[in-house]
Design a protein around this ligand. Structure first.
Ligand code: CP
Length: 305
């Protein structure tokens, strides 16, 4: 992959996504064998700069970098000079001056990783920017699908929930359609942005229509911190009309898998029976996340395993 940064899947080709997934699968197999020591990032440093909360993305990037042999630093924005008014660009220049090699950034503003990437010499990886993109989440979803089904081409994937505020849904739409999957979206009208049909999405008018015969069903976290009040009447009604329960799942293909980016609001986006059921791949997604982040770091560094 001949790129300095990973900012989104909108800008990646099918070949580049395929390269990441191929290497990600190798790392996942190695991790399952208990291997954790690789050399692709030996002598490199990785700074993790998150302006929003995270468990999965932050931890898996840090572990991915460590397993690849890098030095890592976690910047706590709450105790950094950001609180004294330092701009993102100046923070980036400061990290560059320390000869840092990678910045993984999560930011509430869409476009912040691009701004940083245009400013710094370090490789920049988008760990989620506003409601724009979350490329490594979509890559891990695709890795989970590829490992389970062998090929993504021809798969049907339903994504249900708060599409408007979901960077995960957008990155998945861009990535999955590039690899030849069919992506069906269903959301409350207030939570469906305009124009996604032009990006290849099939917009559905009911949960049943979205889920009928699909290979995978993805629930999305309700982005309570991002949305204005009043987009749906109550959490109970959201769960009833837009959530995934066993009855709705029965419309999918037999053995279809259930995905969710986490953290899950139990009983809202998915019922506990679905989360803990045999069709749930939510835990498996976490190992896919570590694997795909190792692949992205390795490929941006210009190496492989
Ligand atoms: N899926 C995801 O981005 O989770 P975190 O917010 O825990 O990183």
């Amino acid at each position: 992959m001949n790129k300095k940064d990973l900012l989104g899947l909108y800008d990646l080709s099918a070949e580049e996504i395929g390269e990441i997934l191929g290497l990600g699968l190798s790392f996942k197999a190695a991790l399952k064998r208990g291997e954790k020591q690789f050399s692709a990032l030996e002598g490199k440093s990785v700074v993790i700069l998150f302006y929003e909360n995270s468990t999965r993305t932050r931890t898996s990037f840090e572990l991915a970098a460590k397993y690849l042999g890098a030095q890592t630093v976690n910047i706590s924005v709450a105790t950094s000079s950001v609180q004294k008014g330092e701009t993102l660009v100046d923070t980036g220049k400061t990290l560059d001056a320390m000869k840092n090699d990678f910045i993984v950034i999560r930011h509430p503003m869409g476009g912040a990783p691009k701004l940083l990437a245009e400013t710094v010499k370090a490789h920049v990886i988008n760990g989620g920017d506003g409601i724009h993109e979350h490329p490594t989440q979509a890559l891990l979803d695709m890795l989970t699908l590829k490992e389970h089904y062998g090929d993504i081409k021809g798969l049907k994937v339903a994504i249900l929930g708060d599409i408007r505020h979901s960077r995960v849904a957008k990155s998945n739409l861009y990535g999955l359609t590039k690899l030849g999957a069919e992506v069906r979206l269903f959301a409350p009208k207030t939570l469906m942005p305009e124009g996604l049909e032009r990006e290849g999405a099939i917009l559905c008018t009911s949960r049943e229509e979205a889920v009928e015969g699909v290979d995978a069903v993805m629930g999305l976290r309700i982005q309570l911190e991002r949305q204005k009040a009043g987009n749906f009447p109550s959490l109970g009604e959201y769960a009833k009309y837009y959530g995934v329960d066993e009855q709705i799942l029965s419309h999918a293909k037999k053995g279809a898998i259930v995905l969710h980016p986490g953290p899950v609001n139990r009983g809202v986006e998915l019922t506990s029976a679905v989360i803990d059921g045999a069709q749930s791949y939510i835990e498996d997604q976490v190992l896919s996340g570590l694997s795909v982040r190792m692949a992205v770091l390795s490929l941006l560094a210009g190496g492989s395993v």
